[in-house]
Design a protein around this ligand. Structure first.
Ligand code: SF4
Length: 362
């Protein structure tokens, strides 16, 4: 399809806007594909402000792809702790090993080969290809869906095959092929700072004259999604078992959320249990077995929202008189002073950070 007058208007205004509003970020202008890849994986599902210190820490700890590849998995997970979506960290490590050993440390330089890397989807591949190698591939993510649907008044749901195709085609037409990296950075920044999800400041927007959403009062309607994600409620009764200065941890190795992170022995139920219900629970009985114990107290409920799940957890503080005799190989003993060496999901960190409990327990 040929570029229409509105297409040309959009691309020009966007690049003009970027010239005046370029945000200085440590990965901007970077040409080392390893650092670009690192920043793009960190920024998937993460705001720039939150991702920035993680990027700096990863770069300082693992200056080359070989350093990352040779690091123990626990070290990578610990550095990632608090950023969420932990499959990103696992894929990052996997891909670093692949590049380090199979590709002798040389980052792939074609769009197809970049897209083949584990943990790299179309958006990240387009970003790396355009920033590192100047290849003409347009990024399309939530920000881009929002900007394009509003300006061009597109009502096709963005979570359908037909919608994705339509937006991808439009993004390709709009891309400034002579400087794809600059264009991609511009549209990302425009979506992140100007055409934001709620209350965009249309009064100062250079696109307003030709923006369909602004003209037709559709800003709160666009972009359209066909279905809302329904969240599954899960209830975790965590057993914080300790004996003198020893705490029992659990390594999460099952195919479930938080793979390779650490938490406590867990009793998952249909609702949070009271003490009597906990004592009667079969899983609980299996965990404590014949060990003599005292339940000291229970925390308030903590909550964590994931994309498809809502987790509600409370933490039972249990004093053991002797070692747990359970044969669950994922449980192991740790000295309280070493607990910081492990990476925990956010909900466990919230429990640790709850000051009164923290002081009392650890
Ligand atoms: S006018 Fe408003 S809705 Fe339209 S692109 Fe600009 S900020 Fe977004």
């Amino acid at each position: 399809m040929k570029k229409s007058a509105k297409h040309k208007f959009f691309t020009k205004k966007l690049l003009d806007w970027f010239e005046k509003n370029d945000r200085p970020l440590p990965w901007k202008g970077e040409k080392n594909p390893y650092y670009i890849w690192l920043s793009e994986i960190i920024l998937q599902q993460t705001r720039v402000e939150q991702g920035l210190p993680y990027f700096e820490r990863f770069k300082a700890t693992f200056p080359t792809v070989h350093d990352l590849a040779n690091a123990p998995s626990d070290k990578v997970m610990k550095l990632w702790e608090g950023l969420g979506y932990y499959s990103r960290a696992r894929n990052l490590h996997f891909t670093a090993k692949f590049i380090s050993s199979e590709l002798k440390g040389v980052f792939p330089n074609t769009h197809a080969a970049i897209l083949d890397l584990k943990g790299v989807g179309p958006y990240t591949a387009a970003a790396i290809a355009s920033f590192a190698f100047g290849l003409p591939h347009a990024v399309v993510d939530g920000n881009v869906f929002r900007v394009l649907s509003r300006i061009f008044g597109i009502e096709t749901p963005i979570d359908t095959t037909i919608g994705k195709k339509e937006f991808n085609q439009l993004a390709d037409i709009l891309l400034e092929k002579k400087q794809p990296g600059v264009y991609n950075q511009a549209i990302m920044d425009f979506g992140a700072t100007q055409c934001v999800p709620a209350n965009p400041n249309c009064g100062v927007c250079p696109m307003q004259k030709k923006c369909t959403a602004s003209e037709k009062n559709l800003i709160n309607v666009l972009p359209i999604k066909s279905k809302k994600i329904k969240k599954r409620d899960r209830f975790f009764n965590y057993l914080v078992c300790r004996r003198a200065d020893i705490v029992i941890l659990n390594k999460r190795t099952q195919k479930d959320i938080w793979l390779n992170l650490y938490d406590f022995p867990l009793v998952e139920t249909q609702k949070l249990l009271d003490e009597e219900e906990l004592r009667q629970n079969e899983v609980f009985q299996k965990i404590v077995g014949n060990t003599s114990f005292t339940i000291k107290k229970v925390s308030k409920p903590f909550k964590q929202l994931l994309t498809h799940q809502k987790i509600v957890a409370n933490f039972w503080e249990i004093e053991l008189k002797s070692a747990l005799l359970t044969n669950d190989s994922h449980f192991f003993e740790v000295k309280q002073k070493n607990i910081n060496n492990f990476a925990f999901p956010k909900i466990v960190d919230l429990y640790f950070k709850d000051k009164s409990l923290y002081l009392e327990l650890f």
